[in-house]
Each structure stands twice: as C-alpha cells, then as structure tokens.
Design a protein around this ligand. Sequence first.
Ligand code: ATP
Length: 336
Amino acid sequence: VRILGIEGTAWAASAAVFDAETDGVFIESDAYQPESGGIHPREAAEHMHDAIPRVVERALEHARETHDGPATEPPVDAVAFSRGPGLGPCLRTVGTAARALSQALSVPLVGVNHMVAHLEIGRHSSGFDSPVCLNASGANAHLLAYRNGRYRVLGETMDTGVGNAIDKFTRHVGWSHPGGPKVEAAAEDGEYVDLPYVVKGMDFSFSGIMSAAKQAYDDGTPVEDICYSLQENIFGMLTEVSERALSLTGSDELVLGGGVGQNDRLREMLTEMCEQRGAEFHAPEPRFLRDNAGMIAVLGAKMYAAGDTLALEDSRVDPDFRPDQVSVSWRTDEPD
Ligand code: ATP
C-alpha cells in the first residue's frame, strides 16, 4: 500500500508518500515564515495556496518514479489529508487539493485528525503497543491514551498550546518566529528565577507563567534566566502530568509528539522520569515531530487498510477537530 499524505493545518505545506511495504517515507515540505510577529492566518492560507501544488507535484513525481506497476495504474492507493484541527482557511486549501487529487487519480480519500497523527507516528516508529502520548505542539498540549475505541484526552492545557505560549514570549522580546529553538539556545546560559508553575489535577495552564515571564523581562531580568526557567517550569509541568497519566493508565510506554518535542531539555526530563518508573520512552525523529505530511500518510495507510475512507460529500474540514472525536478504526486491540 502506498499513500499520498497532504498536511497544511498551520505553517507547513507538506506532501508525503508512505510505502507500507518498505516503511519508506518521502516528505516534501515548504514552511511559511512570517516576516514579523507570529502566524497570520491569512498569510498562512496564501502560503498554502502557493506551496501545496508544488509540494504535491514533487511527492507525486517521487511516487511515479518509484512505482513499479503499469503506467496506467495510479502511483498511490489513496490520498490522505489533515482535516483538522488547524486554521480554517489553510485546511480548506488542503481539503480542496486532496479532493481534486482523489478524483483525478480515481483513488479513495482518507480524512486524518492531525493530533492523532502526531501520536500514531510515535506508536508506529516505536513499535509500542498501547502508549500514553504527550502531544507538545504549537497550538496544542495534551495527554492521550487509547480506551474503548477512542483516544481519550487525559489532561490538557487550560489555555494556549505549549509552542504558542513560548512563541508569545519571544514575540514580546522581539525574536523572530518560531521562538522555541531560540528559547532553547538562550536557556543554556541561564539560571533559575522564580516563575509560576500551574498544574491542576491532570490539566495545566501557561497563561500565568507567560505573563510573569514578560513582566520579568520588562523588569530587567536577564533573558537567558527567563528562558531557562520557562523551560524548567513548562516542561516540568508536562513531565509531571505525563507521569500521572502513566500511573493512571498503568501503561509503561510513553511517546512524544509535536514540534516542541524537538526540544532536548523536554526529552531529557521525560527520559529521566520514564527511567525512574521503569517505563520506556520514545521520541520520533525531528522530521516526524514538527508538522509534516509523513505522519498523515502513515496514519492514512492504517485507516485505508481498515476501510476507513471518506465519501466526497462527507469530507468537510474541521478547524476544531478534537482527537477524542475520532472513532479509531485501525486498532483491533479491544478493551478490558
Ligand atoms: P499543531 O500541531 O498543534 O497544529 P503547530 O502547527 O504550531 O501545532 P508544530 O510543528 O507541532 O506546529 O510545532 C511548532 C511549535 O514548535 C512552534 O511553536 C515552535 O516554537 C515550537 N518548537 C520548535 N522547535 C522547538 C524547540 N527546539 N524547543 C521548543 N519549542 C520548539
């Protein structure tokens, strides 16, 4: 089975081809880089409009070059696309492209939840059976675990996503988007200063710590110290709740998903926590952590194999598509 995946929920216009037989994933991406400030939805949508045809063409070229069937056969078996969550205008461009391609190639359409894809790529590359997943991405932050045919949200942010919270601070400081890698670099020379740490049961909040961080910067606290402390507290919060999720579910496997998962300090904290509990930890390689169509194609292949395809008239995108809305068709392990 070979699947063409298309991703474009926010900043990454991306197309991929996943070959289930060889486990090979070809990814072609084109990132939107705002000239100033954060992601502007209208500019991001314009970027999708320009870049999606280009990345899709490149992925299809790859699919044709590596296809060994007759030239009259389509080079892929299905087209998978991210239906949401994400920015509406971006999603609509991706949805239109996916529908057009599925019609042109005469292959089925598969609608993928972007957050479940962030989780499933980790399950795929780790080989773990039923892990807890920490999704630490730009617009989201939550813990998911599978039970009774769905991925349940065990804990989540009460306000912004984790990457967006960090990016808001770096905007305040005048650093260009994305802020995460810059905070990580600056934190190396920092020392701890007191900042809020908010975990309530299984949920957590970033708004207090971000306001305090901005205030500390305005009051003259060295930016390296703020960056260091932001990482310690924010990642400490995520690690604490991940540990609680492992304990709650009895699982001894944790996978990490999302662009913030590229951060070494977060991975270090999660590794240490898992080691202490005798649990296994897996973080996919960076190209599968940040937004990418590879994860859409990989989950698309599992859904396609399960017969979980979409009729054209049911293929609307959904900017608020929550992971627990997805009826998981591709897992056969049934509940206790
Ligand atoms: P979502 O998947 O929720 O739609 P998204 O589309 O914003 O999120 P991702 O690619 O998952 O995208 O994550 C992007 C975020 O990752 C940005 O906020 C960026 O600052 C952050 N990020 C990237 N690298 C690092 C890093 N090394 N440390 C911390 N954060 C990082």
